[in-house]
Design a binder for this molecule. Structure first.
Ligand SMILES: *[C@@H]1O[C@H](CO)[C@@H](O)[C@H](O)[C@H]1NC(C)=O
Ligand SMILES: *[C@@H]1O[C@H](CO)[C@@H](O)[C@H](O)[C@H]1NC(C)=O
Ligand SMILES: *[C@@H]1O[C@H](CO)[C@@H](O)[C@H](O)[C@H]1NC(C)=O
Ligand SMILES: *[C@@H]1O[C@H](CO)[C@@H](O)[C@H](O)[C@H]1NC(C)=O
Ligand SMILES: *[C@@H]1O[C@H](CO)[C@@H](O)[C@H](O)[C@H]1NC(C)=O
Ligand SMILES: *[C@@H]1O[C@H](CO)[C@@H](O)[C@H](O)[C@H]1NC(C)=O
Ligand SMILES: *[C@@H]1O[C@H](CO)[C@@H](O)[C@H](O)[C@H]1NC(C)=O
Length: 533
């Protein structure tokens, strides 16, 4: 067990000394699993704080398949050029003068299933989970996705104002027991614990069946024409009700995975939209309604579907209703299929619409029929998250929101048995929860790349290996430079240079490292720079 001490010396009027110790992972290895999970119970949970780097040195955090979890080390920059021979080495150079997108954040979803699992825990353990995700001792998440009504990760399908039917003015719009009993308590604790403001993205899966052509929650469907305004109002009422509970909504998406209901691709709650129909709804109903309301700052994100929805949906929508773009703040993309749909679609969208952002709004592992739903200790699944996050960030995506915040060991509850994995799994006896390798994968980004960080260019300056490591770098509002490096292969050495300073790392096989150091002011000798002391 490794205990790392932290020393702050604040020289104001007097010296204040504060020693903060990380609680290390309490590992548990399940038989025949690739890696360990970290166990939290009512009296113990691992945590860790970020060590603010000092000039002349850098801080590294390492997690690996062989069991390291956020192993923290402080080292001095190396200024010689020696490179160990004998195994793989890569050389990277950060170019802080070439900048790209600004980061919005990282987070996960408060579904009914997450709420049910969370509520099943002792209150002390509930608090540990929220702290693990949102506090400064945890992953410092700053985004949440919340469903408007039910999803497949509910115990039954539902929407608001199901009765009376054909109620065009939504006279009976009340929230559900799930909002009051599950989502509100969880969201209130999240907002309480989080150091930074949490941006909440709200999404409808299906409106009440009476608004739909098939009068059902799933299957082939469209919104009935006479309810286009009603469906816009349906979103406004949700925003009002949540605001009334002090839960501000930052963005809404224009319906979850609209393609599902067009081709009957899903057994769960859906609403089908063709690109043309959705363009009409955004331009003539949702857009004007939202922008003429008290909540005119709430962002509108469209697509909210797989990457292919950019060429095959978004582009058609804008072609059919060019003015709809004025109401759209961004494009939301989902993770499923990223391994076959090239990230270049993200570059093209950014090139065509440089003032719109792209946000990844849903991801989970264990979705394929041949895959295990929950795999306790899977490093491959952590790797899949890491690869996708790095790829997305390198293609202009501004943030990455995971799916269910926690699930049971079956991967549910889910009313259509669409069980999947989650970074936190609750034990069957509800006495503990397991932090999966995916949890740490998320943290290598979320904790060190705060909102407002700017991505910068990384140049690959040679490698003697077959494949290069994956990498992404940012300048942060903490005035630091953060580089995330992922090694999917054997042990290798990596040299990262930035403005004359060299970080030299030995990366163990199947590991991820986040490096942070103070950003040198590149305009140091510039007369226009104001020096205040
Ligand atoms: C909680 O976890 C800690 C650390 O693993 C362990 O020492 C302790 O026995 C556990 N408590 C219970 C009640 O299982
Ligand atoms: C209003 O909705 C509730 C359920 O939320 C339902 O029990 C009630 O019957 C509805 N009222 C009318 C007039 O349909
Ligand atoms: C809905 O509200 C509008 C505006 O207040 C009103 O004119 C209309 O009659 C209402 N429709 C129904 C079916 O109640
Ligand atoms: C928020 O934090 C305060 C102070 O720590 C605490 O008294 C309060 O109960 C918390 N509220 C929720 C909803 O967690
Ligand atoms: C507000 O509503 C009016 C009329 O309903 C419409 O003409 C106008 O475009 C709307 N404003 C915005 C910003 O959408
Ligand atoms: C890039 O690689 C070349 C050749 O290996 C080396 O001479 C040079 O120092 C490297 N530059 C940096 C910034 O690492
Ligand atoms: C970053 O540097 C700027 C300019 O020197 C300064 O105003 C700001 O307070 C610094 N931010 C932090 C978090 O230290």
């Amino acid at each position: 067990m490794e205990v790392i001490s932290k020393l702050f010396v604040l020289t104001l009027l007097s010296c204040v000394i504060d020693i903060k110790t990380d609680n290390p992972c309490a590992p548990k290895q399940f038989p025949q699993r690739e890696s360990v999970v970290c166990v939290c119970n009512a009296t113990y949970c691992d945590d860790f704080i970020r060590e603010a780097p000092e000039e002349g040195s850098y801080v590294t955090y390492t997690s690996s398949k062989d069991g390291m979890r956020f192993k923290k080390e402080v080292r001095s920059f190396q200024n010689n050029d020696e490179q160990k021979s004998g195994h793989c080495h890569d050389s990277l150079e950060i170019d802080p003068s070439t900048t790209y997108q600004s980061v919005e954040g990282f987070g996960s979803a408060v579904t009914d299933a997450a709420g049910i699992n969370w509520k099943s825990l002792d209150p002390a353990l509930q608090y540990e989970m929220i702290k693990s995700y949102f506090s400064e001792e945890g992953l410092e998440y700053n985004m949440v996705r919340v469903p408007i009504g039910g999803t497949d990760f509910s115990t039954h399908p539902y929407a608001y104002n199901e009765l009376p039917e054909d109620d065009i003015n939504l006279t009976n719009y009340t929230l559900a027991p799930e909002d009051y009993q599950l989502k509100f308590p969880m969201l209130h604790q999240i907002l309480n614990v989080s150091a930074e403001s949490v941006h909440i993205v709200a999404t409808t899966w299906s409106p009440p069946p009476w608004m739909k052509t098939n009068d059902d929650y799933s299957g082939y469907s469209r919104l009935k024409k006479e309810y286009y305004q009603t469906y816009a109002d349906y979103h406004m009422k949700f925003i009002e009700k949540y605001e009334a509970e002090d839960i501000p909504i930052w963005a809404i998406t224009t319906t979850n995975e609209p393609v599902n209901g067009v081709f009957n691709l899903a057994s769960f709650n859906t609403l089908g939209w063709t690109a043309k129909e959705l363009g009409n709804w955004i331009l003539n109903y949702l857009g004007p309604t939202l922008r003429n309301s008290t909540y005119d700052n709430v962002k509108i994100l469209t697509c909210d579907d797989q990457r292919y929805s950019i060429p095959f949906f978004f582009n058609i929508l804008i072609n059919e209703y060019p003015e709809a773009i004025n109401y759209i703040d961004g494009i939301a993309v989902h993770f499923y299929g990223d391994k076959i749909i090239p990230a270049s679609v993200l570059d093209i969208a950014t090139k065509n619409h440089p003032d719109k952002f792209i946000l990844a709004t849903e991801a989970c592992e264990g979705t394929m029929p041949w895959e295990e739903d929950v795999s306790l200790g899977s490093w491959s699944r952590a790797n899949s998250y890491i690869s996708d996050i790095i790829e997305d960030l390198n293609h202009h995506v501004v943030g990455w929101i995971d799916w269910n915040m926690c699930l049971n060991t079956q991967g549910g509850p889910n009313w259509v048995s669409n069980f999947v994995d989650s970074p936190i799994i609750i034990s069957d006896d509800k006495q503990e929860f397991y932090k999966q390798p995916m949890f740490y994968a998320m943290g290598h980004f979320s904790k060190f790349i705060p909102r407002g960080s700017i991505r910068v260019k990384v140049k690959e300056n040679g490698s003697n290996c077959h494949s290069s490591i994956q990498h992404v770098a940012f300048l942060t509002p903490r005035n630091t430079t953060v580089v995330v490096l992922a090694n999917r292969g054997d042990q290798r050495s990596v040299k990262v240079t930035c403005q004359g300073d060299t970080v030299a790392l030995d990366m163990s096989e199947h590991s991820i490292v986040t490096v942070e150091f103070v950003t040198k002011n590149e305009f140091n000798n510039d007369n226009s720079l104001e020096v205040t002391d």
